[in-house]
Design a protein around this ligand. Structure first.
Ligand code: SF4
Length: 342
């Protein structure tokens, strides 16, 4: 079995994935509660089984938190996930309406669910504005999906005009029933590279899975299974893609909106600027005719462009100031990636 690849590939990309590729989808986690208990569940300890809401990494206490997070990354769409979102169907409908009302019809919303909703539920989701639904049937139903309630849910969703598909982890399985059902109804198959996480690592190891390489958290062999389905209408999403490309593109969008005039935005979506600590920093900055838009007052000292600090560093250090260049994530209280003294 082929191992160790990092690429995502597809011969069909659902609309929700297109925006994700651009880092333009906000992830709205609507509850950590889920009755299933899949052995591969990647949901973190902090969120598993907790009825809490997060917009990306931001804890949500009110609707404004959701809107602010979407605005901070200039989101063009939202993926609703959990836990099991449809244990809280009214909450899901509320958030779909909230986002559509605020950002317009073009704000694309897709929903993951491990449930097989009936027509009334799907109708309410459609009325609220849901664009796309991805079903995650339990593993024991995959082989005989046509005799499961997911068949009706898929057909009903498509009839209602919701783009529909199946999204499951890529493991050794018989996908023939799923593929023929999807072909019949015009649905798509999204296969996620099976991944180690802090919550599923013990169970995956117990089942004999190993990591594909030392770089990613993907399971050896997962991509090979997807490749063996070559020619089918499917999209394979690798763990490296999710960690690297998706996150980097999202950070770049956030950085583009949050960067100050003197911040440099890197290709990784981080911000680079200088911090000057010391009593005479402000006088030296003013004497050098640095305009007010090119510095601000931070927690540790004056923050300015790294190239301004570089030009002034000898004078600043002679006067007892500490000068360093900071690279950090562009979010509120973002982690400092690197601090380099000048
Ligand atoms: S359905 Fe999803 S959230 Fe629930 S246990 Fe399975 S993987 Fe985890």
């Amino acid at each position: 079995m082929k191992t160790g690849s990092s690429g995502s590939f597809s011969n069909y990309l659902p609309e929700g994935c297109l925006l994700c590729y651009r880092g333009a989808k906000m992830v709205l986690f609507v509850t950590g509660v889920c009755g299933r208990g899949c052995y591969y569940c990647p949901v973190s300890k902090e969120r598993q089984r907790k009825d809490a809401v997060f917009a990306n990494e931001r804890a949500v206490w009110n609707d404004n938190d959701v809107i602010e997070e979407a605005e901070s990354m200039d989101a063009l769409g939202t993926g609703i996930t959990g836990g099991e979102p449809l244990l809280e169907p009214e909450r899901v409908v509320h958030y779909i309406r909230l986002l559509k009302d605020r950002f317009g019809e073009s704000h694309h919303i897709h929903l993951y669910t491990g449930m097989a909703p009936v027509k009334d539920t799907l109708g309410a989701l459609k009325d609220a504005g849901l664009d796309e639904i991805r079903f995650h049937p339990p593993e024991n139903m995959w082989v005989d999906i046509n005799n499961s309630p997911f068949r009706d849910s898929l057909i009903t969703a498509v009839k209602l005009g919701i783009a529909a598909g199946i999204e499951i982890p890529c493991i050794t399985a018989d996908y023939s029933g799923i593929l023929s059902l999807l072909e019949e109804v015009g649905g798509f198959l999204n296969l996620n590279e099976l991944e180690f996480s802090e919550t599923n690592a013990d169970e995956l190891k117990r089942k004999g899975y190993e990591t594909a390489d030392n770089v990613s958290s993907g399971v050896a062999g997962s991509i090979g299974i997807a490749e063996s389905l070559h020619g089918k209408k499917l999209h394979f999403c690798s763990s490296v893609f999710k960690d690297a490309v998706q996150l980097r593109e999202r950070l770049k969008r956030i950085a583009g909106r949050s960067a100050r005039d003197f911040d440099e935005v890197t290709d990784d979506g981080t911000l680079v600027y200088a911090v000057i600590e010391g009593d005479c920093a402000l006088n030296i900055i003013k004497d050098a005719c640095v305009t007010e838009d090119m510095y601000s007052f931070g927690n540790r000292g004056i923050e300015t462009a790294w190239w301004i600090a570089e030009d002034l560093k000898d004078e600043l250090k002679e006067e007892g100031c500490c000068v360093s260049v900071i690279e950090k994530y562009p979010v509120k209280n973002g982690i400092v990636v690197e601090r380099t003294p000048l």
